[in-house]
Design a protein around this ligand. Sequence first.
Ligand SMILES: [Zn+2]
Length: 374
Amino acid sequence: MVNPSSIASAQDAPFGRLKTALADVLLVQADAGDAHTDIAIKRSDRVGGGIVLTGENALQKAEHLIRTQRYQRPVVPDRGRYTGKNRVLASHSFDPVWIQRQRLLGLPAVLPDGGYVAEHDEPGLLSVLRRTADLGPDVVAPLFLAASWLERERLPRLVEAVTDAGVPIAVAFEHKKDPLAKKAAVYGLVALLQVPVPVLLLRCDTSSIGALAYGAVAAAVGTRSSLRHFYPVTDGGGPIRPPKPAAVVERLLSYVHLDKIDQTAQLDPDHPDWHCSCDWCNGRSLQSLASAPDPELAAFLHSIEVLFRIRTNILMAGDLTARREAWTEQCSAAQFNHMDIDNTRYNWEVPKHLAHWRERGKDPSDLSAPAKPR
Ligand SMILES: [Zn+2]
């Protein structure tokens, strides 16, 4: 039986309430105004789950969810002002009403509507951290960063600034495809996770589980590709073309486009990679996702079940050391499973982050060390 006084003392510790409410939570990051939001919320409502609502309507949706629907899991409203062609930059002031409304909801982590921290914008980074510290211990610094902040040249400054500020941070990374495709980025993320402040990783994919294994307090997985990182602004103002729906293939520990799953599975339909026993698929082939009435929704419903399953497997390993070992082994096995696939016809590529996570896991150097140059 849990001793109420031990909960009270845990909550009195630095960032205690935030850490207690969000520990090891896999958040579902959904668009607050999307037709599928209510389904995403429903699927997030489980032990170890929670929701990140994204966009201008995020708080309105959060208020309805908590006050009317009595949703009990963690809710994080991400206004998303750091994205799109009209995005604001890091030095832009926070909206005090956005903060106050979160406090009235009693959220364990209050996330200001921060702007984009560009590659060279160190004054912006420092300004976000300073203003967050001034707001009090319930507020999480919004660090929506150019992915190059994780690389060797900028990482030490980022780690130093976050350490000095001593405030919890929520991070997401800008990239046109996969922010963790570079080895330096995986090493950089791991180093950032070693700073003794709570870190929430937003807008991520299967690497969200890796982050939990390396000490992130919580991590979010996007319901669709554009919520699994954020795009650089192009001349046209958005992503070059709408991303195709993708689903997690459990044995490959990665998202794969549905058309690629379908085409590749046709070569070897009985192969275990293409069959799923999750509650949604119930033994069906993953090929059925592409032919579902709404493939993007079907891909999400399957993927979230699989991700919670992977999360459970990793957390069950035990302490952080054991979790890291379990994650390294899973990444290693997934790499081999990828290599098993006949790549001659469909140009099958192994996602680079798997090798980087594996390498970080096998590397004896300190977890706060950046990647060694090649
Ligand atoms: Zn499934």
